[in-house]
Design a protein around this ligand. Structure first.
Ligand code: ADP
Ligand code: MG
Length: 334
């Protein structure tokens, strides 16, 4: 049986570093990413792909605000998230299909607009922490607080006080479309799902309703990896290794760590919230739920990472790691 890998793509998979995020720049980045993904498929891995949407949803939020003046009513955040799932899913789907075709591989690739269930009583709802959208001046921020009930937070920046809207970041509880996604994977399709952490929804009686929140894409990816029975959780980002004392003179690469070590380093504050924290947390959860292997690696070293030659490996039991080093991820499975 092919090994099922959940690949979580970070912001660098979808935009050129330092770029403005024009369509051309995004396409160029997605094409590069698709090459990596196609290579994984060619080497026999089954893929379920998730991705971030920070840049895209940020731009959509700006467009909502500018559009108001021309009579286009702004859409809520859950709808914007769904829009970016379609936008990014389309680009990934097309680029990956092109890459597979050029290798003579016939595999359907499709994107699933994914809803992720959160609890209405999640403590995150009383403490919004996730910045979304553009920076505002103090005056603009005050107006948005009054007119739309935004919660805003002062952010570091040059030239006067700057503010951003912050929204709750609740914990993912379940993937609404999990069963459908699993069946597609079982049928041999490559599935793109849970974009931007998924659209957060809550249960209201027997119904689902979208909420103004953003789910962390790494934590949502972990939940999806669990429910589709992925063997490996591969989180691709813009650093080659997870580090201890990141950014300090005594910074050190972590080649591999056990779940226990990961938890200890986390408690010691090596992995900040909003960036490396949720990635390591996702890996811990995955392994504790019975996942075989979790890897955090640079996008451009994805294949090497799957073969145990790059990235940071997080494991539940050490013998697995030794086998990975010897035989690669394919080699650890029966
Ligand atoms: P992504 O878009 O891939 O989710 P993030 O910016 O959220 O990317 O997270 C990756 C970033 O985490 C890195 O670029 C790095 O600046 C930061 N980071 C924070 N702590 C660490 C750490 N201990 N080791 C490595 N990178 C870290
Ligand atoms: Mg991130």
């Amino acid at each position: 049986m092919a090994k099922r890998v959940l690949v979580a793509l970070g912001g660098n998979a979808l935009k050129r570093p330092g770029g403005k995020g024009t369509y051309e720049e995004q396409l160029e980045a997605v094409q590069k990413t698709a090459k990596q993904l196609a290579e994984m498929v060619a080497r026999g891995y089954d893929l379920v792909i998730t991705h971030g949407n920070g840049l895209q949803v940020g731009y959509l939020l700006i467009q909502q605000e500018e559009g108001v003046r021309r009579g286009a009513p702004p859409q809520p955040l859950d709808v914007l998230n769904a829009m970016t799932q379609g936008q990014i899913g389309y680009m990934l789907q097309q680029c990956l299909q092109n890459e597979l075709r050029s290798r003579g591989i016939k595999r359907p690739v499709l994107t699933v607009v994914t809803q992720v269930l959160v609890r209405p009583d999640d403590p995150a709802f009383s403490k919004p922490t996730k910045p979304v959208g553009p920076c505002y001046t103090e005056e603009e921020a005050k107006r948005l607080v009054e007119e739309r009930g935004y919660v805003v937070m002062e952010v570091p920046g040059s030239g006067g006080k700057r503010f951003r809207r912050v929204v709750p970041s609740p914990d993912p509880v379940a993937i609404v479309e999990a069963e459908a996604i699993k069946r597609m994977l079982d049928m041999g399709m490559v599935v793109i799902a849970c974009g931007g952490g998924g659209v957060p929804v809550v249960e209201q009686g027997r119904k689902l309703a979208g909420v103004e929140a953003v789910i962390d894409k790494d934590l949502a990816s972990e939940k999806l990896a669990e429910v589709v029975g992925a063997d490996v959780l591969l989180i691709l980002t813009d650093v080659k290794k997870v580090k201890l004392n990141y950014g300090k003179p005594n910074e050190r690469d972590i080649d591999a760590m056990s779940v226990e070590e990961a938890k200890r380093y986390m408690a010691e504050g090596h992995f900040p919230p909003g960036s490396m924290g949720p990635k390591v947390e996702a890996c811990i959860r995955f392994l504790e739920q019975g996942g075989k292997l979790a890897i955090i690696a640079h996008l451009e070293e994805a294949l090497e990472a799957l073969e145990g030659r790059a990235g940071t490996v997080i494991y539940a039991r050490p013998p697995t790691l030794e086998k990975v080093k010897r035989a690669g991820v394919l080699g650890i499975m029966p």
